[in-house]
Design a protein around this ligand. Structure first.
Ligand code: DGJ
Length: 727
């Protein structure tokens, strides 16, 4: 009996020593395997296997090479500093005795159901140092998204120092790799740039500490064997859930294998990990599409709506914002007038922006004072926020409010009372970005205060319907008074402090819609979006620029998360063009009636009504990007309802050349067998007739997708919107 039990144990240990771990969605397989020495390797990342038995053909050393060494290297699932691999590691630990080497061995793994898929947790341990690493992979079957993160802990006698802590490590073995990164600046958000990755390292990183995405965005895609195409070819789209400093490392090794390491940027961030403490990395989200970027984007949209966005399944409100209209120059009476304009437009809500708080010398009459003092300005708003909520109610719209709770102006009561709550250097003159300082979010008392900004407003005004949470500065004066002598965790603790508050707010107010904003589109990460219903893409609302910006962000985010407002930027563009561009996202306005004619107001009113009717298609439907502004002087974007019975097509002409004859546009995603009536909507005036000769006609989905329609024109900054309904 004893012999038998020993045999079983032996068999079990042989099985586990070579265990193959399959992480699958409906379309993708990520396969890992334990080698005979007990180390864990990636053996495959690609299209899902049809015949499970064939996975057995994969060997643990699919990505490993001998290279003249006595051992093989390359392909380790979570490569560590000090091992036999000579490239960038996922994990770097300086142990408490100063040794810098870590080797991880497979210990166990489990797979459990989660909503929408399966989570795999693999436990790895070092044999020399008591270090444990847990790799987490949550695979969402239908949506074809894999979410990965890592937990690192140890039980050494003293703290260890983490110098590298990637969220995951992935390998691709293809002929060539084309990276698309997205960089920019204020009003220049998410400009894609493509390059072929050659031997060596390419890093995309930010060091701004907060509002991570000002100069570069936590988004990338890798086109395999050619630059990423919209509807064909293999593409990996990835993004990280981290507002703080992030880094994506892409390293092509000497065997032309691409290694991808997404994670927190270790810049100035050696992390002292105490025994027993668990270091959890941010989540990294990716999808592998065999049919170009378009399919990858639809995967992200479906997954975000179902599992990630705050109130992902709920609809969204249209709004009128006052920022571009009034800036800081308003009072209660003016706002009451704008609320009536909101009602006339037919939007759901009025959103009051910056400038409603601070008093006396600290009044927020410009951007140099008042931040931090979250009580209403008594001169501008004698009846306070409750008075505004009442006025909005009287006007028949909901009321939302702007805050920037993580920041402070030195010219404020808060700063005078708690100078040590702001990030400031003890012995240097402070430098400011937009006259403000970041609060020290590592400090739990500051976190309580920031939470209180939302909580107090909600307690006083339970009918507040919406918050816009802004963040207009990176961390300047990089010193946390709370952390004092040891600043090595400043960046990480700051970002964690911000998330901690966001989490507390969404836990207490789960039904409160909130817009994530950061001096334009400086924040757009999927960790924050667990707590926000939508985000602000850019202060650049010139509709021509917006075509490009919205196209880029739509590669990763669904229309319902992307706020687009009609403003007076680019008055040369017609109001129709401005409204039509904003209508492909979550529609809003930031314009005063003094800047609109009666007929323009009427156009906006009708466009809001048709947008409301089409909300289920635009917000919940599948998006197809038909014509790219990056490749032509036009843009066309289509949305198809989940039941394939309705669709909307937005067609935009930017600056076509004289005599240009655009190609017919082939629609996508329709049912080939259904017949659709095609009607142009949002015509400039109620009496206008469409210029399209096919207006009001019906076509089969097959025709529309294979022959297409001439929907693009020659006018500069002109647009058309088509509604399709199955007969
Ligand atoms: C930056 C935002 O992007 C704007 O929409 C506006 O809210 C200002 N901040 C207010 O200061």
């Amino acid at each position: 009996m004893k012999k038998f039990a020993t045999l079983i144990l032996l068999l079990a240990s042989i099985a586990s020593a070579t265990a193959q771990i399959r992480i699958s969605t409906d379309k993708t397989d990520l396969i890992l395997q334990v080698n005979p020495e007990g180390r864990l390797y990636q053996t495959y990342l690609g299209a899902k296997f049809q015949d499970e038995k064939e996975i057995g053909n994969l060997k643990w050393d699919e990505y490993a090479y001998e290279d003249g060494l006595d051992c093989k290297r390359g392909g380790e699932a979570y490569s560590t500093e000090g091992n036999e691999d000579y490239f960038e590691p996922a994990l770097g630990i300086v142990h408490s005795d100063g040794n810098r080497s870590t080797y991880l061995y497979y210990k166990s793994h489990e797979q459990k159901s989660i909503p929408g898929g399966e989570e795999t947790i693999i436990t790895l341990q070092d044999k020399v140092y008591p270090v444990t690493v847990k790799l987490h992979y949550a695979a969402y079957a239908k949506e074809n998204i894999i979410k990965t993160w890592t937990e690192i802990s140890h039980s050494e006698k003293k703290p260890v120092t983490l110098t590298r802590y990637a969220s995951a490590m992935l390998y691709l073995k293809r002929g060539s790799y084309f990276l698309t990164e997205y960089h920019g600046d204020w009003a220049m958000e998410a400009r894609p740039e493509v390059e072929c990755l050659q031997y060596g390292k390419k890093e995309i990183e930010t060091k701004q500490g907060t509002r991570a995405a000002e100069f570069t965005y936590p988004l990338f895609k890798i086109g395999m064997d050619g630059a990423a195409q919209e509807d064909s070819g293999e593409v990996l789209l990835g993004t990280i859930g981290w507002n703080g400093n992030f880094r994506f490392t892409f390293e092509v090794d000497n065997h032309n294998v691409l290694r991808i390491l997404p994670g927190i940027n270790p810049f100035a961030s050696d992390y002292k990990l105490a025994p027993g403490e668990v270091f959890r990395t941010p989540e990294f989200y990716f999808t592998l599409s065999a049919e170009g970027t378009g399919e990858g984007s639809r995967s992200f949209h479906d997954w975000a709506r179902a599992y990630q966005l705050k109130m992902g399944g709920a609809t969204r409100m249209t709004l009128l914002n006052n920022w571009e209209n009034t800036y800081f120059d308003f009072d209660q009476q003016k706002l009451s007038g704008i609320m009536k304009e909101a009602k006339k437009l037919g939007v759901d809500m009025f959103l009051l922006d910056d400038g409603w708080f601070g008093n006396g010398d600290d009044a927020r009459s410009g951007d140099s004072a008042g931040l931090g003092d979250w009580e209403h300005n008594a001169e501008k708003l004698p009846d306070g926020v409750p008075g505004l909520v009442r006025a909005a109610k009287d006007a028949g719209v909901k009321f939302g409010i702007w805050i920037e709770p993580e920041m402070v102006n030195p010219q404020s009561k808060l700063f005078r009372k708690h100078p040590d709550w702001a990030m400031t250097q003890p012995a240097r003159e402070a430098y400011h970005f937009r006259n403000q300082l970041a609060l020290d979010m590592a400090n739990p008392k500051v976190q309580d205060y920031v939470f209180g900004v939302v909580d107090n407003l909600m307690k006083e005004n339970p009918e507040l319907a919406f918050f816009k949470w802004d963040c207009n500065s990176p961390i300047t004066n990089k010193f946390s008074p709370y952390l004092g002598k040891d600043q090595s965790q400043m960046y990480i603790d700051h970002a964690r402090g911000v998330y901690n508050v966001m989490e507390r707010v969404s836990a207490k107010y789960p039904g409160l819609p909130m817009m994530l904003c950061s001096g334009g589109g400086g924040r757009c990460d999927y960790e924050s979006l667990k707590h926000f219903t939508e985000f602000w893409l850019s202060d650049n609302t010139n509709p021509v620029e917006r075509c490009f910006i919205q196209w880029s962000f739509s590669e990763f985010f669904p229309a319902k998360a992307m706020c687009a407002h009609v403003t007076s930027w680019n008055r040369d563009a017609s109001v129709k063009f401005r409204v039509d561009v904003a209508s492909m996202c979550k529609l809003g306005f930031d314009i005063g009636f003094q800047d609109l004619t009666e007929s323009e107001i009427e156009y906006c009113r009708r466009a809001v009504a048709s947008w409301n009717r089409l909300k289920p298609v635009i917000l919940e439907g599948a998006q197809y990007r038909l014509v790219s502004p990056f490749e032509s002087e036009h843009m066309a974007v289509q949305y198809v309802s989940q039941d394939l019975c309705s669709a909307v097509v937005f067609a935009y002409n930017l600056f076509p050349r004289f005599g240009e004859e655009p190609l017919r546009v082939k629609f996508k995603g329709l049912s080939p067998d259904k017949y659709y009536k095609v009607c142009e909507i949002n015509l400039e005036s109620g009496e206008d007739e469409s210029d399209y000769d096919f207006d009001g006609q019906s076509f089969s989905g097959h025709y529309l997708m294979n022959v297409g329609l001439n929907i693009l024109g020659a006018g500069h900054m002109s647009s058309n919107v088509l509604e399709l309904n199955a007969l």
